[in-house]
Design a protein around this ligand. Sequence first.
Ligand code: TXA
Ligand code: MG
Length: 314
Amino acid sequence: MMIPAKKIKNGELVVFPTETVYGIGADASNDEAAKKIYKAKMRPSNNPLIVHVADIESAKEIAVFNNNAELLAEKFWPGPLTFVLPIKAGAKLAPSVTAGLSTVAVRMPSHKIALQLIRNSGCNIAAPSANISGYISPTSTSHVINVFGEDVYLIEGDNTEYGLESTIVDLSSDEVKVLRYGFITPDSIAQTLGLEVRCHQMEEYMSSSDAKIAAYKEEYKAPGMMYKHYSPRASMRLNATYLLAGEKGIGFGQIDFGGFNLSKTGSLEEAAKNLYDMMRSLDSEQDTQKIAVAPIPNTGIGLAINDRLKRASV
Ligand code: TXA
Ligand code: MG
């Protein structure tokens, strides 16, 4: 397989697989290259990118590590956990990558191709999910083919191992906050740190007043969490136990609508892995107006699945 490290060095974009979702990456120290990502995705310029590193040392060159970061890196890196930390003075980071914040999001992926791409290009790689802003994140090569045009090189790969974006944990202050749910659960973070962690409850904010949204912005400073997100074209109805006229269903466990089922055995890991692909499949059928999804237990990885479903249904 060809690893187009030169393209990254030359300031071009590369789509590549990770263990969570496919990313669209550029040299994190090259502002012009990073700006191409925003343009390709039609992403608002105030929504910062995650910087992907090949090792902890590289992370420490751009972010100020603390004890919590050390403990979590030891336990979960490489893997699907992103840290938000203060930017280190003198860090080689393009301004558009961090969108003017004083913190940076950093993650060491475990996927072999992602790691090889970072290592071979000799720079950190800023990469959001490789979807048009607001649409469902890609979990297979077929989801990214023909999305960004011929100028963007695509490294083809397997279907992603976890199927959901990384957990994001804000470690920039003493109060540890989970900003985005993912495969690494708040409980496992709390256990590793021996601390309580706060979880961002998006339902408090999504349908609420401007004042609450302002409070949210102040508190979380993660603009990407503000928007309707992960959304199919069709509308979504959650916690469905039967189908209404005209609906297409996505089942889970015993609640089976006869078509797609996230996991017949009721496995949340399997459900996470299947979720985006099933949403995309139904959404791509022209006659799909409404997608009904069976209830998913709101524990462990189910927190992340329900979070994505809620955002998709706003
Ligand atoms: O699994 C993943 O994290 C994938 C793969 C490609 O690594 N990437 C990904 O990136 O999901 P993206 O851009 O789709 O989501 C990154 C989120 C956005 O919501 C953004 O607002 C938030 O991270 N973020 C980035 N920098 C931040 C910061 N300094 N503070 C708070 N949130 C930040
Ligand atoms: Mg994204």
